[in-house]
Design a protein around this ligand. Structure first.
Ligand code: ATP
Ligand code: ZN
Length: 721
């Protein structure tokens, strides 16, 4: 009889701790297994720590042990850390690691074919084409060779039988296995190379550190952190580069390939299941040298992580808002600490949190204060809409139209930035004043003319634009109010009928794939006037762009979010920073009703230090992050009284602690979202650890969520809606 060994196994479902199973041999923590769970079999991971004392007869047995190296200990600790920090079930965080179950299966070796002998006696035209292509002497996948030659695979089989081709085993290699640190280094400027040296030194040190790479738009931050990646390659170790999803364009990958001779491994929503399996497996084996990915790449099982770069670290898109809520930038720092690897945070407009950490010396701070090659920053000025308004039902004021006319005349690209998708943000009835609202959310429906619908940007509700006002029945009385990018396009096409105009918005048909293609097309100069929402602002390189017009600079300043000023400053710096990157003179024009607003003033003067100093002071006084920590609790339910009652009951159970302030419950600004009524509570404290233990005590004491009630905890919230 074999003795059974008790092991702790964590399963990737909503559980807070591992369960005990029995295995026929001792298993190292990190070993991936299959275990029975109720009636099912699920994946699991052998978890470190004490094993529960369960009588042996009661234990269920591990059903399968994968023949893989165990997941790295630093990854298991990261899962634990993140679950604890975000108040998420441990198993749900593990689930983010075990997302590609097929990656665990042993890899099937592909059988390919290669030219091996003389041509067969009978050479048909189809056979000749295959032989010509195979003449390169390389191993080809059968289907690939057939497709390239434009023949059926039967033709290839025939040539194998004839002995012209032979079968060979092909082991697919990670594309990033061929990366060459010295393929084509950029000739760095003096300041670029001294900055690069600092980053290279942090890789060489081989231990945890955090460095803010703070360089104005177009200063060459990417080129500089590429040098740190080169060092990782020289050491034969692994690096992770995080980018906001939408910045993962062909342009970035091509640029990477020019520098290193091959593409990195990619990890983002457009990569199919097979591609992901490959990256997962290669991260685990160490074969993937550089992975470039969106935030979830943080959960890949890197065998030998030597560097994490977070590009555009200020990006709100790093915050995962659904399920396990976490900020990938902050968690990258944690991952780096646990893996003892350096972390580089890069941005032209660092978050105030990161800036303060650098100012306090917690992060090293390296700067690139000027654009590469002496290119001047765009000259930013204001179009005061109070004195220079656009014509009725137009959105472009005369000075902006003039600048666009000039740019178009000189065959230069212009970009109009308006952070509003669709045709118009509001539709109302001229007769009775009725506003078209979402039935499920506290929002107005957005007019999408292109798709002929009124739609909600929160729940996805869509309806046809009615002929009659649903409230008073008046005919032809509904009018569009305000501009979205589609309406702006009407004006642009009308004013510049000759120009090639392109609208870029995340909801255009074709999805992320088409968007990437269009961004690449713009970079190649295939549009004269680009109209875009915020996604064009993000890290793209449009060499031909020399004018940026911000149609409504005040848009983001209007809401009561504590980060409104910071976000607007970042967004407008980034979007104007798209201009003049190839060295040409360039301009940014900000249409505004509030030219004296500190954010607008800082953009015009180019005095970012003044902006940071002022914003830091506001945060300090308000005990806002990073001087204080916030945690939001969002209570939602199918009806308003239930949500309110539960939020109030929770508030009553909050432990009394003078160092923690609890605000609310208050109805959320989006009081109804996707049919759910929402109340918010906000806890604030100067001490992160105190806030954390207080929250834990509170959540334990609070009444259980029952029925339709849901309680979501959002640590370090970015959204207050
Ligand atoms: N040393 C260099 N040699 C050649 N070209 C360079 C060099 N440094 C930067 N460039 C070019 O300058 C442009 C801006 O560089 P890069 O995109 O790296 O800047 P960035 O600081 O990352 O910009 P942003 O924050 O605006 O995205 C690119 O076209 C890049 O190829
Ligand atoms: Zn809705």
């Amino acid at each position: 009889m074999t003795t059974l060994h008790p092991v702790s196994v964590l399963v990737p479902v909503a559980v807070g701790r591992p369960y005990t199973y029995a295995a026929d041999r001792p298993l190292a923590p990190g070993t991936v297994v299959v275990v029975p769970l109720g009636p099912r079999h699920v994946l699991g991971c052998v978890w470190p720590g004490e094993v529960d004392d369960v009588p042996e007869g009661k234990l269920r047995e591990v059903a399968r042990i994968y023949d893989l190296p165990p997941l790295p200990e630093s990854l298991l600790r990261f899962v634990e850390w993140l679950a604890n920090y975000t108040f998420s079930p441990l198993g749900m965080v593990l689930r983010m690691v075990l997302r590609s179950p097929n990656a665990l299966e042993p890899e099937r070796t592909l059988v390919g074919v290669r030219l091996a002998g003389p041509p067969p006696d009978r050479v048909t035209p189809a056979r000749r084409r295959v032989i010509e292509i195979a003449a390169d002497g390389l191993a080809w996948a059968k289907a690939g060779l057939a497709a390239t030659a434009g023949v059926s695979t039967g033709v290839v089989d025939g040539l194998v039988q004839a002995g012209t081709l032979e079968l060979v085993e092909m082991t697919p290699r990670s594309p990033s296995a061929g990366l060459d640190p010295d393929h084509k280094p950029a000739g760095l400027s003096e300041i670029q190379s001294s900055t690069a040296e600092t980053l290279v030194a942090s890789v060489q040190a081989g231990s945890f550190s955090t460095t803010l790479l703070d360089g104005v738009t177009g200063s060459g931050k990417t080129e500089v952190y590429f040098e740190a990646l080169a060092q990782v390659l020289r050491e034969g170790r692994q690096a992770l580069v995080l980018l906001p999803e939408i910045s993962l364009t062909g342009e970035f990958l091509d640029r990477f390939a020019r520098r290193f001779g091959a593409r990195p491994a990619e990890w983002h929503s457009e990569v199919g299941a097979k591609g992901r399996e490959r990256v997962w497996r290669d991260a685990a084996s160490g074969e993937a040298r550089v992975v470039v990915g969106a935030r979830s790449a943080l959960f890949l099982p890197f065998r030998d992580l030597a560097l994490i770069v977070v590009d555009e670290e200020h990006e709100g898109a790093y915050k995962q808002e659904e399920g396990v809520t976490y900020n990938a930038r902050d968690m990258a720092v944690v991952r780096g600490r646990l893996a003892d690897a350096p972390v580089v945070l890069a941005s032209a407009t660092p978050s105030v949190e990161t800036r303060v950490n650098a100012d306090r010396g917690r992060y090293a701070h390296v700067r690139l204060p000027a654009r590469f090659g002496g290119a001047a920053p765009p000259a930013v000025s204001v179009v005061d809409l109070r004195t220079n308004p656009p014509e009725r039902l137009h959105w472009l004021a005369p000075p902006l139209v003039e600048a666009m006319t000039e740019a178009f005349g000189e065959k230069k690209q212009s970009l109009l930035f308006l952070n509003r998708r669709g045709y118009a943000p509001l539709t109302l009835c001229r007769t009775c004043g009725h506003r078209m609202a979402c039935p499920n959310c506290s929002t107005w429906l957005v007019d999408h003319r292109f798709r002929r619908i009124l739609g909600c940007h929160h729940c996805g509700h869509e309806e046809r634009r009615p002929e009659l006002c649903p409230s008073c029945g008046a005919e032809d009385s509904l009018v569009a109010c305000g501009p979205g990018v589609e309406r702006l396009q009407e004006e642009v096409v009308h004013r510049f009928p000759e120009a090639r105009t392109l609208v870029l918005s995340s909801d255009m048909p074709g999805g992320a794939q088409r968007l990437r293609l269009e961004l690449d097309a713009i970079a190649r100069g295939e549009a004269d006037i680009v109209i875009g929402t915020q996604l064009v602002a993000k890290g793209h390189n449009f060499p031909g762009l020399s004018l940026v017009g911000v149609v409504d600079s005040d848009l983001g300043l209007a809401n009561g979010d504590p980060r409104a000023a910071e976000r607007t400053f970042q967004l407008l710096t980034q979007v104007t920073g798209r201009a003049g990157r190839a060295g040409q003179a360039s301009r940014g024009l900000l249409q505004t009703y509030a030219p004296e607003h500190p954010v607008i003033a800082a953009l015009v003067s180019g005095n970012r230090e003044a902006f940071y100093a002022q914003e830091t002071e506001i945060r300090r006084r308000g005990r806002l992050p990073p001087f204080g920590r916030l945690a939001a609790i969002i209570v939602s339910a199918g009806d308003r009284p239930t949500a309110q009652a539960h939020a109030q009951a929770m508030a009553r159970m909050a432990p009394v602690e003078p160092a923690v302030a609890l605000l609310g419950p208050a109805e959320a600004p989006f009081a109804v979202l996707r049919g759910r009524h929402r109340f918010r509570l906000l806890a604030q404290s100067e001490s992160a650890s105190l806030l954390h233990s207080w929250l834990r005590a509170w959540l334990q004491a609070a009444p259980r969520a029952r029925g339709s009630v849901n309680v979501a905890v959002d640590i370090d919230p970015m959204s207050f809606l």
